[in-house]
Design a protein around this ligand. Structure first.
Ligand code: ZN
Length: 244
């Protein structure tokens, strides 16, 4: 069910080309990010570009200095801080408008392709929300390489949800990824079913199809999913889906 924006935490989305990260200082990186980049070898540069741009985009959305925003990850399974669900954290403890010594934290999600990065951010800090929120975004390429990868998947993968006639395979994949990220499960090894009780109905997906909330990224489809569980309510989870 897509919920009225008035009673749902506001999320924002933006994307940028990875090459733009050349303008940004890598002194912004945290120690964990430096370690992760080093462990990634050849793809480390793309990881670094994605992180720098994600911070720049978040900075614009929140009107806060990028050098004071960090992306911190934590893994619910093994407690590692080197991977897992990302969160945006303001490192300054005395920022105006925030409770002193309680570093504001925002739910965020980042997706990188070969050429672009997409960021989704719940712009209300977790501390100011009455309940739990999570967000997942995905950027899926529609180029021939991406198409052939999706085409190579077992056809039952698609038939299972009867989605052939609704979105394209790239859109379908982006929805799966975004939902998996929002749930914190990821898409592998358990591929989330978009239509299960915690998922979406075909009507939600149709309504979300041309959401202006998502940026247009040349050669890609993008999807954002927000899950919100309000404190003390019987309804377990509210869900939003944006797709472009
Ligand atoms: Zn882990």
């Amino acid at each position: 069910m897509n919920i009225d924006a008035e009673i749902f935490p506001v999320s924002q989305y933006d994307a940028a080309a990875l090459v733009l990260a050349r303008e940004l200082p890598d002194t912004w990186l945290t120690r964990a990010e430096q370690e992760r980049a080093a462990s990634l070898g050849a793809s480390g540069a793309r990881f670094v570009a994605g992180r720098l741009l994600a911070r720049q985009l978040a900075s614009t959305m929140l009107q806060l200095p990028a050098e004071e925003l960090t992306i911190q990850t934590s893994c619910a399974t093994c407690s590692s801080t080197l991977h897992g669900t990302p969160e945006l954290v303001l490192t300054r403890s005395d920022a105006p408008g925030f409770v002193k010594y309680q570093a504001p934290r925002w739910a965020m999600s980042v997706s990188r392709s070969e050429t672009h990065v997409l960021v989704g951010l719940v712009t209300t800090p977790r501390q100011q929300l009455d309940g739990r929120v999570s967000i997942g975004v995905d950027l899926t390429s529609t180029d021939t390489k991406g198409e052939s990868t999706l085409r190579a998947l077992d056809v039952s993968f698609f038939e299972e949800e009867g989605l052939w006639s609704v979105p394209t395979r790239a859109q379908w994949w982006a929805m799966k990824e975004a939902l998996g990220k929002a749930r914190g499960t990821g898409i592998v090894p358990t591929v989330p079913n978009i239509f299960d009780p915690g998922g979406f109905t075909p009507a939600d997906i149709n309504r979300a199809h041309v959401s202006p909330a998502m940026p247009s990224v040349p050669g890609h489809v993008s999807c954002g999913v927000v899950l919100y569980e309000k404190s003390g309510e019987l309804e377990l989870e509210r869900r939003q889906l944006f797709l472009k």
